[in-house]
Design a protein. Structure first.
Length: 145
């Protein structure tokens, strides 16, 4: 097996594992799946770059096809930065979810369940929430405090 074939198989395994983990209900597994997908995309860009050549510094007497294209390397660096930023954001969301609900799982929404079961109309809440039930109090609750 050649090096390129091993990279293609590794990239396919990373894509498969990443998509599988993204479909889980645990937010931690979603982040890990996103990281796997980011690494798979980096491998895809590396594979698409082609054969390795010499550094892209123009010298006299060297054929144009001997140089390595620097664009895939720049795209990989950009993808690494974007993956890191989105991962940090997702970790912050997971932390906030854990602090509020002490749970890492994504629960079903009542509207989604009603749509899945074929309900024609969505259930609507008829009562307004009390000021004590919400995170942000109304003006009346502030004046009483």
């Amino acid at each position: 097996m050649s090096i390129s074939l091993i990279l293609v198989i590794t990239m396919g395994a990373l894509f498969a594992a990443g998509v599988y983990m993204l479909l889980e209900r645990s937010l931690t597994r979603v982040v890990l799946g996103f990281l796997l997908l980011g690494n798979a995309v980096n491998l895809l860009l590396l594979i698409m770059a082609g054969e390795a050549g010499i550094a892209p510094i123009v010298e006299e007497g060297v054929a144009d096809d001997a140089y390595t294209d620097p664009l895939p390397q720049a795209l990989i660096l950009t993808a690494i930065v974007i993956t890191f930023a989105v991962s940090a954001f997702l970790l912050a969301l997971i932390y906030r979810s854990w602090r509020l609900a002490n749970a890492d799982d994504v629960s079903d929404d009542a509207d989604d369940v009603a749509l899945r079961e074929g309900a024609v109309e969505m259930p609507v809440e008829e009562t307004a929430p009390d000021a004590e039930d919400t995170e942000f109090p109304t003006d009346d609750a502030r004046s009483r405090a």
